[in-house]
Design a protein around this ligand. Structure first.
Ligand code: NAD
Length: 426
């Protein structure tokens, strides 16, 4: 697989060429403003000390404090963290929120740690980075294998070291610790606002539009439910064990009940828990694999699970007219080119799933102002941001005759560059 930072930089170069970016600004954007690499010693339950390596990449803060999650994974690498911090800069700038791009991570398989070890490691990471983060400097959040509980430990450790409260230091906290209402559904809700705008542009009518959702987790699950309540026909859904395709449409609540009862989604066709062998493999309602769900004859395909799902191997088999990237990085750069050549419209992750970071920004905003908003307040503020971002990306795509992904990068980098010019000239 390509180096993620090289991928990120080739996207930067492409956007720079389209928009004729100032070459000094381009030069500055080729690396993060600051990278922290820290050793985090943790006293394990057996009394031995183990040292974990952690990173924080602060890519660019022209638009506001660095913003981005902290991931715990054994595959975390500096190049990955740097790339993710660049993409966070692009995402925040695409939806025009006053935040920059950052990302952090620790190389660890957190499932192998006890709760106590996990807490000591999380607090130890903050002890190493605290002088370079804070509500007005760099605002972390959860990412893969980090949770609201972990954010609560980090917030507590940070305030202890600082000597006073700084409630906006970290987002993704539990509601009782200052988290925001609406965060759980924000990413999916933001994606739905984008789909509604796209439907207007393409003349799609919900009740005549079929949708397949790969990954019925937090994002995919809520997305399927909200789209279904808009009248869209959800014909296929999947999770890590595979999925189901029903030409007549899927009742999401019934499918979730089958899962709760211990069945796989493919059992939906039988209406009861069953074995893999018993699931129909043919006919109007059938079991589909996670590869097959991507290639179904639907109008809208929503990858909402993992990265690198649409690749050079399957991009020419995609039958959907539109791909809405709710997962981060589900399409490889090679597949992107194939979809472009085939005229398939792709709504990029930096726009489609930016409802999540937008509500994280709302959490920060509430914390620094000492306010508490209702869920209705949150969505009333989210909707116009997503609608405006969609239309600006669309206009940029039309202006330069480029893809929506290229349009989002150009629009985002225009914003960052314009603010950087003010800084450079002072
Ligand atoms: P999640 O853990 O809640 O759900 C992931 C889902 O994917 C689960 O249903 C799992 O069963 C399924 N899955 C796992 N492997 C699969 C496979 N091979 N094929 C199909 N499905 C598979 O995660 P989530 O929070 O819903 O995040 C999903 C994606 O959205 C990730 O790429 C994440 O980075 C991105 N994202 C999430 C948020 C957010 O607010 N949660 C924000 C922005 C982007």
């Amino acid at each position: 697989m390509n180096n993620p930072f090289e991928n990120a930089m080739s996207q930067l170069d492409k956007a720079a060429k389209i928009m004729n970016l100032d070459k000094n600004i381009h030069e500055i954007l080729k690396q993060p403003d600051r990278i922290l690499t820290v050793a985090v010693p943790v006293k394990m339950d057996n009394g031995e000390v183990k040292v974990f390596t952690g990173f924080r990449s602060q890519f660019n803060d022209a638009l506001g404090p660095y913003k981005g999650g902290i991931r715990y994974h054994h595959n975390v690498s500096l190049d990955e963290v740097k790339a993710l911090s660049f993409w966070m800069m692009v995402k925040c700038a695409t939806v025009n929120i006053p935040m920059g791009g950052g990302k952090g991570g620790i190389i660890v398989n957190s499932k192998e740690l006890s709760q106590g070890e996990l807490e000591r490691m999380s607090r130890g990471y903050i002890q190493k980075i605290w002088r370079n983060v804070g509500a007005q400097i760099d605002v972390p959040a959860p990412d893969m294998y980090t949770t609201p509980t972990i954010m609560g430990w980090m917030q507590d450790e940070f305030e202890k070291l600082l000597g006073h409260a700084d409630p906006g230091f970290i987002t993704g906290k539990a509601i009782k610790d200052g988290g925001s209402e609406g965060r759980e559904t924000a990413t999916a809700q933001g994606g739905v606002y984008v789909v509604r705008e796209l439907a207007k542009k393409l003349g799609l009518k919900p009740n005549e539009t079929t949708v397949a959702v790969q990954g019925m987790g937090n994002v995919g699950g809520f997305m399927a439910k909200i789209l279904a309540s808009d009248g869209y026909k959800i014909v296929a859904i999947s999770d890590s064990k595979g999925g189901v395709y029903n030409e007549a449409g899927i009742d999401i609540a019934k499918a979730e009940q089958i899962k709760k009862d211990g069945g796989m989604l493919g059992c939906y066709c039988l209406g009861t828990v069953c074995s893999l062998e018993q699931m129909p493999k043919d006919g109007p309602c059938k079991h589909v694999s996670n590869e097959e769900i991507l290639e179904l004859p639907v109008d809208i395909l929503v990858p909402a699970a993992l990265e690198n799902q649409i690749t050079a191997d399957n991009a020419h088999k995609i039958k959907a007219k539109v791909v809405v990237e709710m997962a981060n990085g589900p399409t490889t750069p090679e597949a992107d080119e194939i979809l472009k050549e085939r005229g398939i419209i792709l709504v990029p992750d930096v726009l489609a799933n930016a409802g999540g970071v937008t509500v994280s920004y709302f959490e920060w905003d509430q914390n620094v102002k000492n306010e508490r908003w209702t869920e209705a307040d949150v969505f009333a503020k989210l909707e116009p941001i997503m609608i405006q971002a969609f239309n600006e990306v669309w206009e940029t795509k039309e202006k330069y005759n480029i893809t929506m992904r290229e349009g989002a990068f150009v629009k985002a980098i225009e914003r960052v560059a314009s603010k950087m010019k003010n800084k450079l000239s002072s």
